[in-house]
Write a protein of this length. Structure first.
Lengths: 190, 128, 192
């Protein structure tokens, strides 16, 4: 009988410790899941963060600096070829800087990187090379549940292209759903 | 005497290569060197407020009050104030100034700005 | 083990290794979720492999591992459950009828969970062996996959809780440590 009590207590302690270490699959209203909250998880692997200071500076000055692992080589080439008309704006650069950025993007594109979501993104395109991340099938399948009022018609956001408006870990390459806070609506329950 | 002369030479040399932070006058000097000038604030102001075709106006992104931040219409990115009195560091790097002139003149007026126009605009902005 | 021994090896090493590895693999996948996709998927593949092993072992393995040893009719299973609740069930050396039913239920639930997981991995992440097929799945079908996969995982957890309850109940009733037996493989031949 004593063995059962000891065993039971050990099991209870063990399970509690495991929960504290790993975190509950369910969140409270503040989105905290224990020490395994996405902010603490070391193994963040969604997309490799931006590692080029030039890219961060030049391409992050008007909008969020989209990680190169979000689009394939062909898409980045199209974008760099068309900087004079970059989604309705002129985003021209001097030749040297443009060359440096192109090389960085091509080397780290979705179909060049083997980690995180990049291979899946590359696969989803089957050769097509859209200019917009929001047009990839991968993106659409992950955002199909979000109603227009939360993003497009939300005055604080306006467009799905503003990743970092909701994905609080976007700058670190982390797009985990648990890090989503939609302005005006709060935490997103998947 | 020798050391101060050497120092001045060094400073001028550094300034001309952009290593030491230049100021808006140096940038205007660059346009004067291309044959433009003299620069007038009034011409700059009317350029700033012009809308030559149904494109954009500077104030669309930079806002009506240049001592305050503006916002990019689509990306909602904050744009630091343009007024020299509030944000002089904006005008210290010639390369940066040229980059934004190239982009924004083309985006807004569908053409490059001339050296004269750039100088006039800077003359207007440095008074604010 | 000599035939005049008071104990008998009921659970062979493969069955025991399989059981505890499955516990580790399933709960790893369950708690990690898709926050750590590569680990979650690895755990899921492990579960799939373990299931395949168990099915084969259930056909050609040791006596108490074989399905023929413990799969009973629903009537017999229900009768056993009634007796168990009344604390008067007969003691079985291998799986009792309820335990046998749990094996089958778990096999189905875990299989369904892993298969829907594979489908979801193909649909949402365009990865894994089903990526090609799931690429052209219509959204109305694919979008429900996540809910189905989650439901099945939670259902498996429910089965686990029932399984633990059953093990505790049987252990108390027959005064034997069934968990200990699952580690050592050894049970008393007869209870005093």
């Amino acid at each position: 009988m004593k063995n059962w009590i000891i065993g039971g207590l050990l099991a209870a302690i063990g399970i509690t410790a495991a929960f504290l270490a790993v975190g509950s699959p369910y969140e409270n209203e503040y989105g905290w899941r224990g020490p395994y909250d996405y902010r603490y998880a070391r193994h963040r692997e969604d997309v490799v963060p931006v590692q080029s200071a030039a890219y961060q500076e030049e391409c992050g000055s008007c909008h969020f600096a989209y990680q190169p692992g979000l689009l394939p080589v062909a898409s980045w080439q199209r974008i760099m070829d068309g900087l004079a008309n970059h989604f309705g704006e002129n985003a021209e650069l001097d030749k040297e800087t443009a060359g440096e950025l192109r090389a960085y993007l091509v080397a780290n594109a979705a179909d060049r990187v083997g980690t995180g979501r990049s291979p899946g993104i590359a696969n989803s395109l089957r050769g097509s090379a859209p200019l917009r991340i929001t047009e990839t099938t991968y993106f659409r399948r992950h955002h199909h549940e979000i109603p227009a009022r939360m993003v497009k018609d939300n005055p604080e956001i306006g467009s799905f292209s503003r990743c970092d408006a909701c994905h609080t870990g976007a700058a670190q390459g982390n797009y985990d759903e648990h890090g989503v806070r939609i302005p005006g609506y709060g935490h997103w329950e998947d | 005497m020798k050391t101060s002369a050497l120092l001045t030479a060094l400073l001028l040399g550094a300034a001309s290569t952009g290593l030491l932070a230049a100021d808006v006058n140096d940038v205007q000097g660059h346009y004067r060197a291309q044959g433009a000038g003299p620069f007038q604030s009034e011409r700059g102001k009317s350029l700033w407020n012009s809308r030559p075709y149904e494109g954009r106006q500077c104030a669309d992104c930079h806002g009506p009050d240049l001592t305050r931040s503006g916002q990019h219409q689509r990306t909602k990115k904050t744009i630091e104030p343009m007024a020299h009195s509030v944000n002089a560091s904006r005008y210290t790097d010639l390369k940066e100034v040229e980059k934004w002139f190239t982009r924004n003149c083309k985006s807004t007026w569908n053409r490059e700005c001339t050296a004269q126009e750039k100088g006039d605009l800077l003359e207007y902005l440095k008074q604010l | 083990m000599p035939t005049d021994s008071k104990v008998v090896r009921t659970w062979d090493l493969m069955i025991r290794l399989f059981h505890w590895t499955l516990v580790a693999a399933f709960f790893t996948a369950y708690f990690v979720e898709d926050d750590w996709m590569s680990l979650h998927v690895l755990a899921g593949y492990s579960v799939l492999g373990l299931l395949l092993f168990r099915i084969v072992w259930g056909l050609i393995g040791t006596r108490h591992a074989r399905f023929t040893n413990f799969v009973c009719s629903p009537a017999k299973t229900l009768a056993y459950l009634k007796d168990a609740i009344a604390f008067r069930a007969r003691r079985y050396l291998g799986h009792n009828p309820a335990g046998g039913a749990m094996v089958i239920a778990m096999l189905f639930s875990l299989s369904a969970t892993t298969v829907t997981g594979l489908a979801l991995y193909g649909y949402a992440e365009f990865s894994g062996p089903l990526a090609g097929q799931m690429g052209s799945t219509p959204e109305w079908l694919g979008s429900s996959l996540e809910d189905v996969h989650e439901f099945l995982a939670n259902f498996t957890v429910l089965l686990v809780l029932l399984h633990i309850a059953g093990v505790v109940l049987a252990s108390l009733q027959h005064r034997e440590n069934l968990v200990h037996s699952m580690f050592t493989g050894i049970k008393q031949k007869e209870l005093s």
